[in-house]
Design a protein around this ligand. Structure first.
Ligand SMILES: C[S@@+](CC[C@H](N)C(=O)[O-])C[C@H]1O[C@@H](n2cnc3c(N)ncnc32)[C@H](O)[C@@H]1O
Length: 272
């Protein structure tokens, strides 16, 4: 697509859905979805691509990647342009149409977008992935959905999951799931009397649930261990100066559980 056609299609999308809200992608012909400037999400893109390369130790073009709640497609498009096979799932047409526009601008046949609720994730529907990106979506789900969702992420993930999420800094509420207790707090997404139509128009919010459940850091780590990840790390570099105190990027690895020989008693100790 030449620049003129891209500009025309971009204008049509803005007329129908409003301007891009987050993902500033440089398109062919030096046309930007938002503008020729750093708008904020670029540091996270840089961080997450580096994590994927470092943690998998594989060329990106050998990876199958799932981008959950992909918004306007920045991560999906970047990874597909680097050669990965990418699936992006997004619950709002207004966001997904913009992501599809970027896909088409680059002619990316290795990128598939689906309009779906991430709560419908399953291996039978979407297959398995070397890398799962769970960025800015976990904190939009209520309990028990948030627990089932993490189970599904583990089900489809064969190697690495990156979880970029808000956490609760205090244990205000305790919730049980499958015999375990998790602490955190509720967060208001929409007013209970708002219409579904109005909720749909809040382009960054939960799809329908009026509140979400934010686990504490400790509970989130326990959850990741309980759904099957064998190691969990916090990402500290590159830093994001604007990141609030209640936001974390966790790197969860799905490996083979190791058994100790020198201190076998430790093999029986449950750690979450
Ligand atoms: C804060 S944005 C984060 C987007 C992107 N992953 C990022 O990190 O830049 C939240 C996104 O989640 C989407 N979303 C919220 N709940 C969803 C659900 N249940 N299923 C699919 N998408 C959902 C919203 O439409 C929005 O695009």
């Amino acid at each position: 697509m030449d620049r003129q056609l891209l500009e025309q299609k971009k204008a049509e999308l803005i007329k129908k859905y409003g301007p891009w809200t987050g993902h500033n992608i440089q398109l062919p012909g030096n046309l930007y979805t938002i503008g020729e400037k750093i708008t904020g999400d670029e540091i996270k893109l840089k961080r997450n691509i580096q994590i994927i390369a470092d943690a998998t130790q594989k060329p990106l073009n050998q990876l199958r990647v799932l981008d959950l709640a992909c918004l306007e497609g920045l991560y999906s498009v970047e990874l597909a342009r680097q050669g990965a096979k990418v699936v992006g799932i997004e619950g709002r047409e207004a966001n997904l149409e913009k992501a599809r526009f970027a896909k088409e601008a680059f002619g990316l046949n290795n990128l598939d977008f689906f309009l779906d609720d991430v709560r419908n994730l399953s291996q039978s529907k979407y297959g398995s992935f070397d890398v799962v990106l769970c960025l800015g979506i976990l904190y939009h789900l209520d309990e028990p959905d948030v627990f089932y969702f993490l189970e599904k992420i583990s089900e489809v993930c064969t190697g690495l999951a990156i979880i970029d999420t808000h956490i609760s800094l205090s244990a205000k509420k305790t919730v049980g799931f499958k015999g375990q207790k998790y602490q955190g707090k509720y967060f208001r997404e929409h007013t209970p009397w708002s219409s579904l139509e109005k909720r749909k128009k809040a382009l960054w919010a939960s799809l329908d649930n009026v509140k979400s459940f934010w686990p504490t850091r400790e509970s989130l780590i326990n959850l990741l261990a309980n759904v099957g990840f064998t190691s969990v790390y916090g990402s500290l570099f590159p830093p994001d100066a604007k990141e609030p105190r209640d936001r974390v990027t966790l790197v969860a690895l799905k490996g083979k559980k190791q058994q100790l020989l020198s201190t076998p008693l430790m093999n029986e100790v449950k750690q979450s």
